[in-house]
Design a protein around this ligand. Structure first.
Ligand code: C5P
Length: 401
């Protein structure tokens, strides 16, 4: 892999791990990247700008103005020049400033002006890293779409043992390379995704629904957009938000509304990922008025909903890829295989409710992907965002065949 032609802003803050930034810079340059170092005033106490400018072949940027000639350094231009911004090492202080927009140095102003993906590699003592305020700030930065490169555990500069060591430079380079590789894997592709539950109305205040949170479908939408796809996300009622600008969201409530939106969008899509937990049945009638309580038993008549995935399977054209999910409690593989054939899917993502950490509302999932040719791959339990990356990697193989 290579980083040829990529513009990287390397942000260095005041941590002892700043000495590793020289190795990181060297590794980026060796991979063909152009690197502009932006260092905080405290960072300069740990590593000299002379070393960094010699390695990068560019003057290091640190102050808003060059002291002797008053030249203004534009953080906006730098932010727009960057294909990626990597802040390594990132101290608790800089993490806090980035999380809260405290733009009191060149690095934070560049970060706030940048449209490029941002990677943050924290480095600090174990207790500082574990402190709720640091963790809260990292969560905030994640929620803004930044990538946190987790520190590793081991001996720290304080001689204490614990989590807080900045990730090794080679590993950081590999993460950035992977990012650029996947960023292009779905470029120019249109992907439609269904997510969340459907609500089937009984009367103006009641519905039949299910426990789907939408987390898996939203994670897939983010992963597809990150891989360069134009995404249409058709979602039932959920309390989630999307982050990536490449996602167009269509909110629906019932299976019928989802059916209409999905069939309309599929004809212009290269792929559809059917992640929604669509209600199999809806009430035969929906009362205009709130149904009144009576002492008697109440029997609801339900009628089947249309199967959206199966309908798309029928109109699927050569070159289009259709992916389904199967949530099973028993005879998992057999049921998933039969779904694959009945709905004309290219592959099915099976999650079993028997696996702890899998299924509804969790932030993790454990899946097996079964392909049309019978090939079955088991994946370990991982965060839904990483499961989404696995699905996107396989989808990219199908679409780029
Ligand atoms: O048949 P079953 O509901 O288990 O199939 C699950 C798969 O089919 C999922 O991909 C789900 O999103 C999709 N599905 C659908 N429309 C339905 C029922 C299921 O798209 N009415």
């Amino acid at each position: 892999m290579t980083l040829k032609g990529k513009h990287i802003v390397l942000g260095i803050t005041g941590s002892i791990a700043a000495y590793k930034a020289a190795y990181l810079l060297r590794a980026f340059i060796k991979k063909g990247a152009e690197v502009q170092v932006v260092i905080t005033p405290a960072g300069k106490e740990f590593i000299t700008p002379v070393t960094l400018s010699a390695l990068s072949g560019k003057p290091v940027v640190s102050e808003f103005f060059t002291a002797n000639d008053g030249t203004w350094h534009s953080h906006v231009d730098l932010g727009l020049w960057a294909d990626a911004m990597v802040i390594a090492p990132a101290t608790a202080s800089s993490i806090g400033k980035m999380a809260h927009g405290i733009a009191d140095n060149m690095l934070i102003t560049t970060y706030l002006s940048s449209k490029a993906p941002v990677f943050i590699a924290p480095a600090m003592d174990l207790d500082m890293f574990a402190h709720p305020s640091t963790q809260h700030n990292l969560d905030l930065l994640r929620s803004y779409g930044n990538h946190i490169i987790e520190p590793t555990s081991g001996e720290l500069a304080s001689h204490l043992e614990g989590k807080g060591r900045m990730e090794e430079p080679d590993r950081i380079v590999a993460i950035i390379e992977d990012f650029f590789a996947t960023q292009q894997s779905l470029s120019k592709k249109k992907v439609m995704i269904t997510a969340g539950p459907t609500y089937e109305k009984l009367d103006p205040v009641r519905f039949i629904g299910n426990y789907s949170s939408g987390k898996m479908g939203f994670a897939i939408a983010e992963a597809c957009a990150k891989a360069g796809a134009e995404v249409t996300l058709i979602t039932g009622p959920v309390s989630l938000t999307t982050h990536h600008p490449g996602i167009t969201r269509i909110d629906v409530e019932s299976a019928d509304e989802m059916y209409e939106a999905a069939t309309a969008s599929f004809t212009q899509s290269d792929a559809a990922i059917m992640c929604a937990a669509v209600a199999d049945y809806k009430p035969a009638t929906c009362s205009q008025q709130k149904m009144k309580r009576s002492g008697d038993d109440l029997t609801l008549q339900l009628v089947p909903n249309r199967d959206i995935a199966a309908a798309l399977g029928k109109i699927k054209k050569k070159g289009q890829c259709l992916i389904g999910f199967a949530l099973e409690t028993n005879d998992e593989a057999t049921n998933a295989q039969s779904k694959l054939e009945k709905k004309n899917l290219d592959f099915v993502v099976l999650n079993s409710l028997q696996n702890p950490g899998a299924g509804f509302r969790h932030d993790t999932n454990q899946v097996t992907i079964i392909e049309r040719n019978g090939q079955s791959t088991d994946y370990p339990c991982k965060p839904k965002s990483e499961v989404a990356d696995d699905i996107v990697a396989l989808l990219a193989q199908y679409l780029n065949r």
